[in-house]
Design a protein. Sequence first.
Length: 616
Amino acid sequence: MQLQVKNSPFSQEQVELLNQLLPTLTENQKIWLSGFLSIPVQLTDGQQIITPDNSLQDALEQESESKQEAQVETREITILYGTDTGNSQALAEEYFEKLKIDNFKVSVSVMDDFKPKSIKNVQDLLIITSTDGDGDPPDNAISFHEFLHSKRAPKLEGVRYSVLALGDSSYEFFCQTGIDFDQRLEELGAERLYPRMDCDLDFEEPAQEWFKGVLSKLNESKSGPASREATLKQAEVFTDQPKYSKKNPFKAEILEAINLNGRGSNKETIHLELDLEGSNLSFEPGDSLGIIPENNPDLVRELIEEMGWNPDESVPINKEGDLLSLREALTSHFEITTLTKPLLEKAAGLTTDEKLRALIASDRDEINAYLEGRDLLDLVRDFGPWKVTAQDFIQILRKLPSRLYSIASSLKANPDEVHLTVGTVRYLAHGRERIGVCSGQIAERTKVGEYLLVYVQKNDSFRPPENPETPVIMIGAGTGVAPYRSFLEEREELEAQGESWLFFGDQHFTTDFLYQTEWQKWLQDGVLTKMDVAFSRDTEKKIYVQHRMLEKSKELYQWLEKGAYVYVCGDEKHMAKDVHETLLTIIEQEGNKTREEAEALITDMRKAKRYQRDVY
């Protein structure tokens, strides 16, 4: 068969030349030519070119080395992650891709999907996990955590491992789940491949340092020639479309910002609509939107004045030595509104005030009492004088973390848009009015037509069922109702036939019934099957969503028996715990089960992804 213009990407002149050449080639010449044409080439401006200074022999040698590397024998790597917000998942998937590029045999899985007993067959284990507020594992790591700490856990001689722990140093049990895994794996006889890394909210740099160290150890185990640099160069891909992420956020225009609470409410909940046109960002119901916030400029100004610094002084903001003015650094780069024990310990070395050292030496309750509701301005006012330069002082501060908000819209229903439900945080503490960093920025310092820096945070641990016929029970209070708006918008677009039941709670019916008209329309149209509400301040005795669940316990249990998925979104310390306890009670009473049997059923539901929580 001869080449033609219509069956190839060549011009008429090229087709004629190729048809003259190809019949004259021997089989060896054809093999040689195909190898030459398949050589990895340098990428420039999105086009492939062979660099002039590369000889043909060099190119062929690179091809040979690449084939040799593909045959390198390596130990198999298993990456397991536990996550609430999706950070651990994002890192696990990133490292999975990098290890694949390096020709390692590697698999990645959320801990709930991994068969715990098969851990004895793992060779190299990488664990990436967050920690819940009270030091507990994330929901999707509970079963694996319990198995490892049980008598059923096998001896793990021959297994090598390393742990990356994500946490928040403002909590008492900082990175506790990662610490648990690290210690238990050692107790079971596994060999620590690389030391555990504990990461605060600004986890990106230490996480990369951990992976670099792990990779170095893994490369030492390769039993053949390694060519990492060449392999990575082969993997480089350039596209015309920029990829927006946490490291490269998209500048999204504010389309709408509406207060959902009525006049007289003591709450302010902003319905925010952002324009994503041109971002190429995509999301699914259950995902979150990250916002890169800025600190209140008034707080920044007061802090600088209190310390007597020059706001225009240039200060380094990272290890690379990038410079910003002090004002800009404190506004957009460093956290100044949350105090932590590690920060107090570092600050003690910058002041002569003995009261701060005495506080650090006190018990945890006294330290927590001081940390609660105070910010950096309180710290510098309470424990001066501070004989320290601005450059030295900012070295003790951690990076300003982004804020994650559950997405309240469906991309199918609102193309090129994303909607959020943001509760403004305001409170009085220690004689000063306080306001949330990001919620305050949205409520007070940005207007329609202005911009926010955003990225999408995937959350595969909070997803509607794949089968649209499956019934769902959605439980949320206040802004915890946000993801359910996205669920129902999506179900409406898909014309899902499965039943849906929403339990919603807030303070007052007349002022705090968020998205009331939308729920009512979906009820009327059959998109939402049932809705039960609880307004705690409208009755003499406070009524919450868990009370409404108990009132409908028989029907709720029938839904569970039909295979309904249960979703819980909201406050972890109170609402989510109360709802969990209520579910156990309903299963006990209506299913005539013991507490142990009820707990086992909830565990099975969680493993089957029929019980999912997005709590904070």
